[in-house]
Structure formats: structure tokens, C-alpha cells
Ligand binder design. Structure first.
Ligand code: RFL
Ligand code: PHB
Length: 393
């Protein structure tokens, strides 16, 4: 099998790239190790920056998002029993779009299939050869047999546990990582959201987040120790813990119900430098991970795809290689800023152990002082807001 761009991974990064290339007459094949049904059961991001919304318009996959998505002009941060509003629209001129990653993925798969796009399901890549040449070859297993895909370029869109990052020689790669000593327990429930906007809460008992997908679908998260298992958390225990962390006036309004999904996600910051090796280009979670606190994971994947799609289209249209050679440094510049913001917001709002040399509730006091500063300084609030809505591409 042969194509122009071999795309490893059929998550949002791979799908958007394939659609953008298709619209410019460039062929691609997506190799996805899971079934489409499985991919569509993964509950992940829900907050989209304007940059991603624009990219989906460019990909001509926006109709359902515009109809069913909701624009939020702000969100709340609660601490010490009170909520404080961050008016994104007033501070930055823009808001964010609330529309689930699952729905984006569904829309993209439909669009690709409608225009004859090739997405091979249960096709697991196990090796990539010839990345230093003009004709790389991807080796994958499907239906118990080994196959090859020959291509001009390989897009590594296969997430954190994928095969593509591992194809870069160890002596070339530099990685940076922070593993946080807690995770997020998330539930999805068919109940009306407790508030019309998101509420991030810092509390001594631990962080919590009230989010949503639409008017009858709520998404809630609480910080839990890494040793906890989903089975340890009945729905009742979850709702009690959430209520105990929210300001009283919010807890009083919370409508609970059975969970339709429940999972624990560990929190990690991770960056891989370089994002390019020969004819391999990493994008999205394959190259970087953020803790979800700033809602930057999917949005950073989108900015990678913005740079990569332009670079590939330029190459095929004009033979110009500048975009390809600058891809890694351009993408990483924006990625590091999203990493910084996600790390900062995580550190600001979670219950953290003291670092070496600290005593008393030093960390907690620093967090409170910083929150007080933010909500009493237009400059600090604006800095938070401009990072939250997304820095320019
Ligand atoms: P994905 O979505 O992980 O897709 C990678 C795909 O590659 C496949 N794959 C392979 N295929 C073939 N061969 C192999 N060897 C393969 N290995 C892997 C996988 O099956 C998969 O289908 O990566 P992509 O496309 O880069 O997209 C990244 C986003 O999914 C991720 O950044 C976000 O979900 C992160 N995230 C959030 N991001 C936001 O911008 N806003 C949010 O509000 C937000 N909330 C979240 C999140 C992530 C969460 N979890 C569970 C980690 C909330 C949570 C709880
Ligand atoms: C979500 O709705 O899943 C969500 C929202 C905001 C975040 C992280 C996750 O910061």
C-alpha cells in the first residue's frame, strides 16, 4: 500500500491533519490501532480555543459544533468558600467553545469517510523504517498479518503511548517530564450542569472541577490520590466528596444522578524535543502531555496540526521545505507556553505536598496569596485569561 502522508493514530490530531490535506488534494492513510467504536467511547477534552474552532472551520467540519456547541464568555475559580469570575470576553475579546472531543472525532470520521478517506481500524504500527530517506515505510499489523505502508512523510499522531516517538534514535531525543502525585477522578452524568459556566475549585480537601458537555450532560472531576482505584468510588462517595469541596451555595444547587462514565487519569507534564526526525513529524500527545487543568491538551494538538498541515501543503504545492524544517521549533515554542500555563494552574489549585525545606501549610498559603493577587489585579487576571483562551499561533 502506498500514500503521500502516512498518519499513525486516528485521534483528533491524525483526523484533522488527514482532512486538511485531503482538501488540498494530498492523499493520506490513517492507521488506527483501535476500532472506531472504541475511539468514540473515550471521554476527553471539552474546552476548545478559538484557534481550534478556526482550524475545524478550515477543515470544513464545523456545522454540528456551531449548532450544538456553546460559547462560554468566562469561568469561575472558587477558593475559601467564594467564587470569583474570570470574564474571558471582557479581558481578551474572546471566549471558549464547549464541545466534546468525542463529538469532534465523530464529525471528523464522518467527513473523512464521506470523501473516501482511508482509515484502517485495528491497524497497529510496530515499526517505521527509512525515516532518513525520501521513502519511509510504516510496518503495521492487521487481522493477524504484517503489512507495510510506503509514503513520502510520516505523521506521528499516535498519542503518548504510540510507536512513532520511539522511532526517533535515543541520542537525538530530549525529554522533559513532571509526574504529579495525584490524579483526576472524572464522571459523566446525564444531569443539568450545576452552573452555566465551568467552576474550578481550590479546597484543602482537594481540587475539583464542574464542567459540562451540554445542557443535560455534566462532567465533574475531583483530585484523588494516585493509589485510588475507580472501584473505590461509588457514585454516592463521589457526589459527597465533590459537594464537600464546593462553596456551599454551589453544593446546594448540585443535581446528582447515576454516572454513565467514571475514570481516573494520572496527571503529567511531558515534552519531547525534537518533534521532527527526518521524514517523521510528531504531533499532539505523541510529543507532549499537559495536566488537564488548563484544558490545553487537545488545543496544543491543534496548533501542531496547524503548523504541520501548512508545512506539508507548502511542500506539495511549491516544493518549499522551510515550513517542514521550522516545524519542530515553531510548534515547541507554543507548546512550552501551554505547558507552563497548565503546570501553573495545576500548582495553583491542587492540594500539594510541601516541597523539601517547607513547613506549616506553606504551599497552601502561597496558593491563597496568589489567588488573592489575581482577583485584585487586572493585569494578573488578564494574563490568566489570555492564556486560557489560547495564545496566538
Ligand atoms: P489521542 O487522542 O491519544 O489519539 C492517538 C491515537 O493513536 C492511536 N494509537 C495507535 N495507532 C496505530 N498504531 C499505534 N502503535 C498506536 N498507538 C496509539 C490511539 O489508539 C489513539 O486513537 O492523541 P491526539 O490525537 O494527539 O489528541 C490529543 C488529545 O486527545 C488530548 O490532548 C486531550 O484529550 C487532552 N485533554 C484535554 N485537552 C483539551 O484541550 N481540553 C480539555 O478540556 C481536555 N480535557 C484531556 C481532558 C485529557 C483527559 N484524559 C483522559 C487524558 C480531560 C481528560 C480527563
Ligand atoms: C472537561 O470538561 O473535560 C474539562 C474542562 C476543563 C478542563 C479539563 C477538562 O480544564
Amino acid at each position: 500500500m502506498k500514500t503521500q502522508v502516512g498518519i499513525i493514530g486516528g485521534g483528533p490530531s491524525g483526523l484533522i491533519l488527514s482532512q486538511l490535506l485531503h482538501l488540498q488534494g494530498i492523499d493520506s492513510v490513517i492507521l488506527e490501532r483501535k476500532t472506531t467504536d472504541y475511539v468514540l467511547t473515550r471521554i476527553r477534552a471539552g474546552v476548545l480555543e478559538q484557534g481550534l474552532v478556526d482550524l475545524l472551520h478550515e477543515a470544513q467540519v464545523f456545522e454540528r459544533m456551531e449548532k450544538e456547541g456553546e460559547i462560554h464568555d468566562g469561568f469561575d475559580i472558587a477558593y475559601n468558600g467564594k467564587t470569583h469570575h474570570v470574564n474571558l470576553k471582557k479581558l481578551t475579546g474572546t471566549g471558549v467553545m464547549i464541545y466534546g472531543q468525542t463529538e469532534i472525532t465523530r464529525d471528523l470520521i464522518d467527513a473523512r469517510k464521506k470523501s473516501g478517506g482511508v482509515i484502517l481500524e485495528e491497524a497497529e504500527v510496530f515499526d517505521i523504517q527509512g525515516l532518513e530517506t525520501d521513502n519511509p515505510v510504516i510496518h503495521f499489523a492487521q487481522d493477524g498479518e504484517d503489512h507495510i505502508l510506503e509514503c513520502d512523510f510520516v505523521a506521528g499522531c499516535d498519542g503518548f503511548h504510540g510507536a512513532s516517538r520511539k522511532a526517533i534514535p535515543k541520542e537525538i531525543i530530549k525529554t522533559y517530564e513532571k509526574v504529579y502525585p495525584f490524579g483526576w477522578l472524572g464522571i459523566l452524568s446525564e444531569t443539568p450542569p450545576v452552573s452555566h459556566e465551568l467552576i474550578y475549585t481550590r479546597d484543602e480537601k482537594g481540587f475539583s472541577l464542574c464542567s459540562m458537555r451540554h445542557k443535560m450532560l455534566s462532567r465533574y472531576y475531583i483530585q484523588v490520590p494516585l493509589t485510588d482505584k475507580v472501584e473505590d468510588w461509588s457514585d454516592d462517595r463521589f457526589w459527597d466528596a465533590l459537594k464537600s469541596r464546593l462553596p456551599q451555595n454551589v453544593a446546594d444547587k448540585l443535581i446528582t444522578g447515576p454516572s454513565i462514565e467514571k475514570s481516573i487519569a494520572p496527571l503529567r507534564s511531558f515534552v519531547c524535543e525534537t518533534m521532527r526526525y527526518g521524514r517523521l513529524f510528531l504531533a499532539g500527545d505523541a510529543a507532549h502531555i499537559v495536566p488537564p487543568t488548563g484544558a490545553k491538551g487537545l488545543n496544543s494538538a491543534a496548533s501542531d496540526i496547524h503548523y504541520l498541515s501548512r508545512a506539508l501543503i507548502d511542500f506539495y504545492k511549491t516544493g518549499e521545505e522551510k515550513g517542514l524544517s521550522e516545524y519542530s521549533s515553531k510548534a515547541l515554542k507554543r507548546v512550552w507556553k501551554a505547558e507552563r500555563f497548565s503546570w501553573w494552574m495545576t500548582s495553583l489549585l491542587h492540594n500539594l505536598p510541601n516541597s523539601e525545606g517547607e513547613s506549616g501549610d506553606f504551599t497552601g498559603k502561597m496558593q491563597e496569596a496568589e489567588l488573592d493577587y489575581i482577583f485584585n489585579s487586572e493585569a494578573a487576571l488578564k494574563s490568566l485569561a489570555e492564556n486560557y483562551v489560547g495564545l496566538p499561533y
